[in-house]
Design a protein around this ligand. Sequence first.
Ligand code: ADP
Ligand code: MG
Length: 623
Amino acid sequence: MQAKDAAQTGTHQFQAEVAKLLHLMVHSVYSDRDIFLRELVSNAADACDKLRYEAIGKSELLRGDAELRITLTPDKAAKSLTVGDNGIGMSREELIENLGTIARSGTQAFMEKAKASEGDVRLIGQFGVGFYSAFIAAHKVDVISRRAGEDKAWVWSSEGEGTFTVDEAADAPARGTRIVLHLKDDASEFLEDWKLEQVVRAYSDHVAHPIMLAIDKDTSRQINQASAIWTRSKSDISADQHKEFLADLAGTAEAPAVTLHYGAEGRNEYRVLLYVPGERPFDLYDPERRGRQKLYVKRVFITDDAELLPAYLRFVRGVIDSEDMPLNLSREMLQNNPQVAAIRKAVTNRVLAEIKKLADSDAAAFARLWETFGPVLKEGLYEDMERRDQLFEIARFRTTKSESTTLKDYVSALQANQTAIYYLTGDDAGKAARSPQLEGYRSRDIEVLLLTDPVDSFWVRTALGFEGKPFKSITQGAADLDLIPVKNEAKVPEADASAVGTLIAAMKQALGDKVKDVRKSSRLTDSAVCLVNDSEMDRTLERLLSKQKTTGVTLSAPVLEINPVHPLIAKLAAKAKASGSTPEVTDAAWLLLDQAHILEGEPLADPTAFAARLASLMGKMFG
Ligand code: ADP
Ligand code: MG
């Protein structure tokens, strides 16, 4: 038995999630396994960036070896490929943590996707589980590392099955990391110069550090351009290079939907290369909602945690490189830095303008972008008051009349006397479109927005309106439809008004505090009843919040609206007028209320009573 502390060396177990992931890597068949090299080169480049940053205040870290680089060394005799860097390196603790015991955010997402696609892990890079992809090509991996500024070096070693070892290394680089891949038999192509060169050119050409291919023990030659891609002129960057740079930044395989590349001059000088990815990055819905744009100062990587864009633009990936911020800026100082604030403001506006430009110039491409990132962009509608109108200009909505419309188009087609922008929230557009509450709006040819993203329930409550028209939920409060005439519909005679009054009184009495009110509806044409809220929230939002215990919100008693032109209501009204609140009227009131709850997808307070009433009613049908 090893004491806890001694367990720092010797054999370690992979964390269960990591072990599963590795099992998948080791045993799957890959159509596109070149990407492991991209992942390892990307890590090596990150390590060089991190060292350069740490060396800003501690130049001794660079002593003796200031030229940061990545070296690929194929060894045909040993059947191994070594990916080396003279970057930051890893301490013993870092080796254990980074390469085996802490599952990274993408692991779970990756496992789910891999399971769904039956082990097809082509899209591995999407999930930020890069290092482990080494086991696609290697049956054994040794990671030999010496952290900058430390004396001791360590070797991490594993065959990818359950355990890894960590021991002191005898032969190690003076600084940085050497990853030795003992290649599988069928991976010997990665011993060939042409293959390595081809993969680097395809996937890693944007890497700003030199990537060297070792020719023999003493010579190597550079196989990438090694100039930061964002410093190159626009015309020198091919579509493929943009795509690969984005793949490295976001792990996505699609070409960018929007590329924004420019230099700002004047009081703040900086270069921007940002992308809207062509698909969702795996970490888009991280609860942290962190942006991941990288801040560089004069080509030195500072941080990807500077909040260079607001959270609702966190899907935008790329680099901002400042010419005039101080290099020795600590990450903490960035928080209240006025230059960062100025850059954030200017770049946010540029990004939104660029998205708008796409909306105006290429409807199909924009539709894809909105489909992919619309729900995130809409978070800005309640977080960024200042740019709400800008966001309203690009937002697209599904409505009862259209798959996708703008608010501008909506308000330009209002019915006479229509004073509000009507909306219905729900989880599912198809289901929402069948809601009884819509009937009265349909019969008046009034368009209703169908809002089905969770975020919708929130922004509609804070948004003041658009072009002077307030947003109004069709499941909240009284419907103000009386001034708008019904179109193309034979006027069905309403039930006798005094009979309806008696029925309403009888229903109120029967249902007690299970309803806030019973009233005549103008929003129904075909259905007999529906529920609406008279409280502060509309019914969908209240239902959404009541499902989360922590909110303290409970679903309030609804208003039951009855449709006076519905034959059932007319008959019930006549019955109530003739004989008052008989047991039949009471049963009918309960059945109507329960049925309305069911239509809303709400649980019944007393399903047993519902079943008994229904059975008794059916009994009478056959009696
Ligand atoms: P990611 O790069 O998304 O963080 P990886 O699985 O690729 O995930 O790498 C895991 C971690 O291991 C990295 O975050 C880094 O801390 C560490 N690491 C991997 N390769 C190196 C390297 N060559 N030098 C220093 N640290 C490394
Ligand atoms: Mg990585």
